[in-house]
Design a protein around this ligand. Structure first.
Ligand SMILES: [Zn+2]
Ligand SMILES: [Zn+2]
Ligand SMILES: [Zn+2]
Ligand SMILES: [Zn+2]
Length: 536
């Protein structure tokens, strides 16, 4: 790497370096040409967390999806399980995984009957506090990595931390050791860093099915008449539960924090895609290690995630580990297309198919910034004139019309209600602006979001509409309802592999699809032309 041309700090591996950008803060850049499909980053997790509502089906050590027959349940708290005796032993002997202290705290937390999000936040704090108070170089390094993540607490984070601190102390009170002193400011910092930097880990398809079946059964048992809708809004679904069939909301089995990966900033058109392998087949699956008799012969039944027969059935997490990836908990980022030397890596924090308004709201409310990426610039120019029929290629379902998205604006409204003095604490000017806007309420938000978005000084301008359409057609998974991002599985491969369902599509299939779309557009344009001629 030529130190002369860039002031970056190289990362091990010779592919990436960290730079500092005046607006974005730390950024990751390539230091050489990276080919489409190449792995640019492989990283072990700093912390893994299981969602409380999938604790019975997700390994607390490695996040593997566990079927009912393969499970090693924690008899201490009944709130955690493991995919194998090995993972159980690791968890018990690692203070920040599922040690006796954390096990008893899990049981106490569950007894509090908290809302799901608070429950998850408290579990995160438990693990973070365990890291903080473990006297070992590894724990110290992990905790330092957590504190080094982007994010400074604002007023809302402090009040959340102040509210959670007594619950955390309560959870820790049964452990037999005096609970550590809990500094609210530090807890607030941890909470905001977790919110800004953790990756959601999707449930496996089997977990999703089981959980939905369980919820449906619970709803039926609850004897709630579906027609007794709470609001007068006939939501059009058979159940009051949203998103039942049309847009299937993917559940999360947990979350993961990867320190280096969190340096990759957001753009709505990413150039890298994230792959995880939590359910990859294990080499030692066949011989069951002599585990304590916990009812089930653990090993071969791990089937939940590992039915690799059809990659589609198991999801992308069940694909085999690529060469060079050390373990199933490592995250992998792959180049979507060629990245010349010096390219800043960009990942999308939201699914590719989301419309402009939905993306803008999510970026503001969850991540605290207003997205000014080239895609947002382009789409913000569409709404009125050009977008409606200028490109002749709009109504193809690959992008949403901005205006009618208003109804979905609820994405994350519960997120933050900061007051304006939080702005003073915010370091970046952009973050401060976003917080101030949030304080002024939704209406103001809408007006601002629907204004044309322009490039920040010195940054990239809008994309060509055609390029954007082509990009989405090519790199967004074509499987209905999937919306994953696809990248070649290896350099030079003629395939594109989806990071959600694991399905692959060849270049030829893509070109055929493209051809078919073009013909449809031409027919539609011709029909419009005839219509106009007829009216005249
Ligand atoms: Zn495990
Ligand atoms: Zn336990
Ligand atoms: Zn954007
Ligand atoms: Zn897919």
């Amino acid at each position: 790497m030529d130190a002369a041309s860039s002031s970056g700090q190289p990362l091990p591996g010779g592919t990436l370096e960290v730079r500092v950008h005046p607006r974005k803060g730390r950024t990751l850049h390539t230091t050489r040409l990276v080919k489409a499909g190449e792995i640019v980053l492989v990283e072990a997790p700093t912390l893994l967390l299981v969602s409380p509502d999938l604790s019975h089906a997700t390994c607390a050590t490695c996040l593997r999806a566990v079927g009912p027959s393969g499970i090693v349940a924690c008899s201490g708290c009944l709130r955690a399980c493991f995919c194998s005796a090995t993972c159980q032993r690791t968890a018990l002997s690692t203070p920040w995984l599922h040690s006796a202290t954390i096990c008893s705290a899990y049981a106490r937390l569950a007894a509090l009957g908290l809302p799901a999000d608070e429950h998850a936040q408290l579990r995160f704090l438990l693990h973070a506090v365990a890291l903080r108070h473990t006297q070992s170089p590894e724990a110290a390094a992990r905790y330092a990595a957590l504190l080094d993540l982007v994010g400074r607490p604002a007023a809302a984070d402090r009040s959340l931390a102040a509210r959670l601190a007594p619950l955390l102390a309560e959870a820790l009170s049964g452990a037999g050791v005096p609970p550590p002193a809990l500094d609210v400011e530090e807890l607030a910092a941890l909470l905001v860093k977790e919110q800004l930097n953790s990756y959601g880990v999707l449930a496996s398809p089997q977990q999703q099915q089981q959980q939905q079946a369980a919820q449906a059964a619970a709803a039926a048992a609850g004897a709630r008449k579906p027609e007794a809708s709470t609001s007068g809004k006939a939501a059009g679904g058979e159940d009051e539960d949203e998103g039942e069939d049309e847009e299937e909301e993917r559940m999360l089995r947990g979350s993961a924090i990867y320190a280096q990966a969190s340096l990759i900033n957001h753009e709505c058109l990413p150039n890298v895609a994230r792959y995880d392998y939590f359910d990859c087949p294990r080499p030692h699956d066949a011989p069951a290690p002599a585990g304590p008799a916990s009812g089930a012969a653990s090993a071969p039944a791990v089937g939940a995630g590992t039915v690799a027969g059809g990659a589609l059935g198991g999801g992308a997490s069940a694909l085999p580990l690529p060469a060079g990836v050390p373990g199933s908990t490592h995250v992998v980022f792959r180049a979507v297309h060629d990245l010349p030397s010096g390219t800043e890596l960009a990942q999308s924090y939201v699914p590719l198919h989301w419309g402009l308004l939905e993306r803008q709201l999510q970026c503001r409310e969850v991540y605290g910034f207003a997205c000014t990426c080239p895609r947002c610039q382009t789409e913000s120019q569409w709404s009125d004139d050009e977008g409606s029929d200028g490109g002749d290629d709009d109504d193809d379902g690959d992008d949403d019309d901005v205006e009618e998205e208003g109804g979905s604006a609820g994405v994350g409204v519960a997120g933050m209600e900061e007051d304006s003095d939080s702005a003073a604490a915010a370091a970046a000017a952009a973050a401060a602006a976003a917080a101030a806007t949030a304080a002024d309420g939704e209406q103001m938000d809408m007006d601002e979001i629907l204004r044309p978005i322009t490039a920040p000084p010195g940054e990239e301008g809008p994309l060509e509409s055609n390029y954007l359409h082509l990009f989405l057609l090519k790199y967004m998974c074509p499987r209905p309802g999937c919306h994953g991002t696809a990248a070649p599985p290896s350099p030079g491969s003629g395939l594109l592999e989806c990071n959600v369902c694991g399905g692959s599509r060849s270049e030829q299939e893509f070109l055929r699809e493209l051809e078919r779309t073009r013909r449809e557009e031409q027919r539609a344009a011709a029909a419009r032309g005839r219509g106009r001629a007829g009216r005249r």
